[in-house]
Write a protein that binds this ligand. Structure first.
Ligand code: NAD
Length: 459
């Protein structure tokens, strides 16, 4: 088959490698370049530097078909490219602003390496105005080749990245030049997705507004969960009932340990910083972060009260990644939770289907990492689910209880069947749910209401 376009992707991380593999899969000839020699060596051996369902197969197949190649040299990778995607990391600086050093370096390397006119696409999440900065760098360091800049933020989620890339809700193309817009439309045409074309600044803002909104939705339902605990309502019922309204929806609307990962916390901080730089003090988003910071403390508080203290208690933490189906532990609430447990003198055993290696790099030997959830539960006073891995909902709770020395099950993601857990004689505490009422004594009217079967059925 004739290859459609020659594409280079700068950065072989979660976004870059998925972008490269998916663009290769639809018939393009793609080179994915990374400066991390170890990462390139692993990929060259057919191994993935991180876990993402289906990605190893996709990279392998397109490698064999010579549609996808991994490189460690930007000069070599960019040579002859029609499209160059920048998908490098944009982490958070200590002051909450966005660290653009990798983006700027990549832009300079691209400019110095381009041998023909090309479209340079900002895939990384970058503050408004960054594409213009990148365009200026490209102009400054170019050796004759002309570039058109496009903002094309990515919305994939780790754990379902391939499906998200192939079937996106929308593709945002922020560009000025009609030729760039036409060529981007042609590039993405095989996906048959909804394309929204806008100006560059609006495109950059769309990404931040989307993540800030989702983070807000999570903090909102977490705050409602706290209230549910105190008044004797069940937040899972509230999610079902309120989420049934199509204006609200149930996605990103679960109470629990709060949001983490490499995007929401840093993107919300970057948006606050952007506003501050323009003399605007945002009021809502700092509170979203504050509510989120309190989640781990709230769950640890419930656990401490239920156990009558944490010092010397053995806690089995199930889940280490910031979300299921990934080994990414960046800003993982599970790790923040473990840190708090250790600080309060608890002994922690832990399990995660894929994230143990990444977690061990951060936690070291302070935690006993176990091969499965049952081993982690061995001798534990309490088992706590910190990440929504489906396998934790399917545990044999009777066997789990037999391995434990205590009888407390904390479902910090509201994902397990509370009745199946209490049926085997375990005490169940969710987040914003009925069992947590034992922790916060109910005011009598709320207690009476929650005991009313008609109200219970409505939840
Ligand atoms: N991870 C996600 O779920 C997600 C989703 C949407 C958007 N984003 C955004 O996409 C961007 C990338 O995120 P990620 O999670 O893929 O990051 P990552 O840290 O997993 O990967 C970034 C990669 O870029 C490489 N790199 C850095 N500078 C380079 C250079 N000059 N040349 C070549 N390679 C270079 C690094 O070695 C690393 O392998 C970020 O801006 C992030 O906010 C991430």
């Amino acid at each position: 088959m004739r290859h459609k376009h020659r594409i280079t992707v700068i950065g072989a991380g979660y976004v870059g490698l998925v972008t490269a593999a998916c663009l290769a899969e639809i018939g393009n000839r793609v080179v994915c370049v990374d400066t991390d020699a170890e990462r390139v060596a692993m990929l060259s051996r057919g191994e993935l530097p991180f876990f993402e369902p289906g990605l190893r197969e996709l990279v392998g197949r397109n490698g064999k078909l010579q549609r996808l190649r991994i490189s460690s040299s930007t000069a070599e990778a960019v040579d002859g490219a029609e499209f160059v995607f920048i998908a490098v990391g944009t982490p958070m600086n200590a002051d909450g602003s966005c660290d653009l050093s990798a983006v700027k370096l990549a832009a300079r390397q691209i400019a110095e390496s381009l041998t023909r006119d090309a479209i340079v696409i900002m895939k990384s999440t970058v503050p408004v105005g960054t594409a213009e900065t990148v365009a200026a760098i490209l102009r400054e360091y170019a050796h004759g080749a002309r570039t058109l800049i496009v903002s094309n933020p990515e919305f994939l989620r780790e754990g379902s990245a391939i499906a998200d890339f192939r079937r996106p809700d929308r593709i945002i193309i922020g560009a000025q030049d009609p030729l760039a817009i036409a060529r981007m439309r042609a590039l993405y045409a095989p996906l048959r997705a909804r394309v929204i074309v806008t100006d560059i600044r609006t495109s950059e803002m769309i990404k931040y507004a989307s993540n800030a909104f989702l983070a807000t939705k999570i903090s909102f339902i977490n705050e409602i969960a706290d209230l549910c605990e105190r008044i004797g309502a069940d937040v899972t019922g509230v999610v079902r009932g309120a989420g049934a309204d199509h204006r609200i929806g149930t996605a990103s609307f679960n109470a629990g340990l709060g949001f983490g990962g490499s995007c929401f916390p840093k993107d919300v901080c970057a948006l606050i910083d952007t506003a501050q730089n323009r003399g605007l003090s945002l009021r809502l988003l700092p509170t979203v972060l504050e509510v989120n910071r309190g989640r781990v403390e709230s769950v640890v508080g419930n656990l401490r009260r239920a156990l009558g203290g944490l010092s010397g208690r053995r806690i089995a933490v199930l889940g280490l990644a910031f979300k299921p189906k990934t080994d990414d532990v960046r800003e993982s609430p599970a790790l923040a939770l473990i840190a708090q447990l250790l600080e309060r003198g608890a002994v922690v055993s832990a399990h995660d289907p894929v994230a143990v290696k990444a977690a061990r790099r951060i936690l070291g030997e302070r935690v006993e990492f176990c091969a499965d959830a049952y081993d982690a539960a061995d001798g534990a006073d309490a088992v706590l689910v910190a990440t929504e891995w489906e396998e934790y909902a399917r545990l044999d709770f009777s066997s789990l209880k037999q391995r434990m020395s205590g009888d407390l099950f904390v479902d910090a993601r509201n994902m397990c069947d509370a009745s199946a857990i209490t049926a085997v004689g375990l005490r169940y505490i969710g987040v914003g749910r009925a069992a947590a009422r034992a922790v916060h004594p109910l005011p009598s009217r709320a207690a009476a209401l929650s005991a009313d079967p008609a109200i219970a059925a409505a939840l």
